[in-house]
Design a protein around this ligand. Structure first.
Ligand code: TRH
Length: 386
């Protein structure tokens, strides 16, 4: 039997859950679907535990779902060439421990070294994807690897059975009610238009909640614990803990527990509209095939507005309601005719385009499937370099 490929991922949690969310998803998929022996080095086990409750925050080394997880204390331990994996991935250009890099240089054959970058729809990634970069001192070459939305990028993370599982869930009339009931959502709340809300603190949540209170159709807004806490607390008139709920006018806001990663997918599949953020939930919303609004991770000098526009230009150049809503949600200037609309009008326009948005979701999915999934593409690329 050939020895399985070994692969190490180095992940630093800058903030939030996206860094570990993406690395964990990739690690699990490579191990489960490709038989790769994965070691995931991660510096923050508490964040990891939020999305994967099986993680022991006190363990320096542990196996989680077949993946070897090592707590990366930032210290530079001693490494021998034999400790180095066949493929080494640094996520978001983290600095791999210098002694590990030295060991990489001594190893024969040399490992494949990839820098897995962040997701953007901007055109320049096609020119940078898969480019080599020589180490200034050591006999090592690193390659940049970009996820993306076009065939000249690595594509998006997507597990093999994901879409079939989603289809089964969405086709089964009992599945979403059973799932939501398990999270404490009552039948009356389920009968309303269900919106999941995952965004950053600076999103104009209060204005949106105000407009939903006066909406012609009842809305149930499901907010994971810890999201938009100030605004949610003000709406509830009490602590925004999981299980807290309040109704004002047409709007019910319910705080949900922060669920394990696979259940977050089910939440997206069960809701009518999803508000998502960052990178990983943004991609999962695309696979949920339900209308979604993206709250993009903020960057200095509003660089993120450029990234947001690049995505909207690809995804919905002809659906002004989604572009207008998304730009306003992210505080980015929009078209004049959209700028004049109130939140209630923007919401009404978005709902009026529901069928177009559903059709776009299906069409977009087809296009993304043609690119293949990120884990398979990345592994194929790494093997082509060996
Ligand atoms: O948490 P984020 O804001 O992470 C961000 C982004 O990745 C951003 O690009 C990056 O630069 C920054 O971190 C440092 O949003 P994101 O990417 O959607 O990640 C959230 C993860 O949390 C995702 O894997 C889904 C998961 N999740 C759960 O598992 N359960 C939940 O209840 C919720 C709400 C999320």
């Amino acid at each position: 039997m050939p020895t399985p490929t070994t692969l190490a991922i180095f992940c630093k949690v800058v903030d939030n859950y996206g860094d570990i969310g993406i690395c964990w998803r990739l690690a699990r998929q490579l191990e489960r679907e490709h038989g790769v022996q994965v070691t995931l080095w991660v510096d923050d086990l508490s964040s990891f535990r939020r999305i994967c409750p099986g993680v022991d925050v006190a363990a320096a080394v542990q196996h989680v779902e077949g993946v070897l997880v090592r707590h990366w204390g930032g210290q530079d331990g001693a490494f021998a060439p034999a400790d180095v994996a066949d493929i080494v991935i640094e996520f978001f250009a983290v600095d791999i421990p210098p002694r590990y890099v030295e060991a990489m240089a001594q190893r024969e054959p040399k490992p494949v070294w990839l820098n897995l970058e962040g997701l953007t729809a901007e055109e320049w990634v096609e020119g940078c994807h898969a480019l080599p970069s020589m180490h200034p001192r050591l006999p090592l070459t690193k390659h940049f690897y970009f996820p993306g939305f076009t065939p000249r990028t690595g594509g998006l993370l997507r597990e093999r059975g994901l879409l079939a599982e989603r289809d089964r869930f969405q086709a089964d009339p009992a599945a979403a009610p059973a799932f939501l009931t398990g999270l404490g959502v009552t039948p009356a709340e389920q009968a309303a238009l269900k919106v999941s809300l995952f965004c950053y603190r600076h999103a104009p949540v209060a204005a949106l909640l105000d407009s939903w209170q006066a909406a012609p159709m009842p809305v149930t807004c499901l907010v994971p614990e810890g999201v938009a806490t100030d605004t949610v607390e003000a709406f509830l008139g009490g602590p925004p803990n999981a299980g807290a709920v309040a109704t004002r006018g047409a709007l019910t806001v319910r705080v949900l527990p922060f669920v394990p990663q696979p259940d977050y997918d089910r939440l997206l599949w069960a809701c009518d509209v999803n508000i998502v953020r960052g990178e990983d939930s943004f991609v999962r919303a695309q696979w949920a095939r339900r209308p979604f609004v993206w709250h993009i991770y903020p960057q200095d000098e509003n660089l993120h507005h450029k990234k947001l526009r690049a995505f909207l230009d690809r995804y919905c150049p002809d659906i002004a309601s989604l572009a207008g809503f998304s730009l306003r949600w992210n505080g980015a200037p929009g078209e004049d005719n959209m700028e004049r609309l109130s939140w209630a009008e923007l919401w009404t326009a978005l709902q009026a385009d529901r069928n177009a948005l559903l059709a776009r979701g299906a069409d977009w999915e087809k296009r993304m499937l043609e690119i293949g999934d990120l884990a398979t593409n990345l592994l194929g690329f790494a093997r082509s370099l060996r």
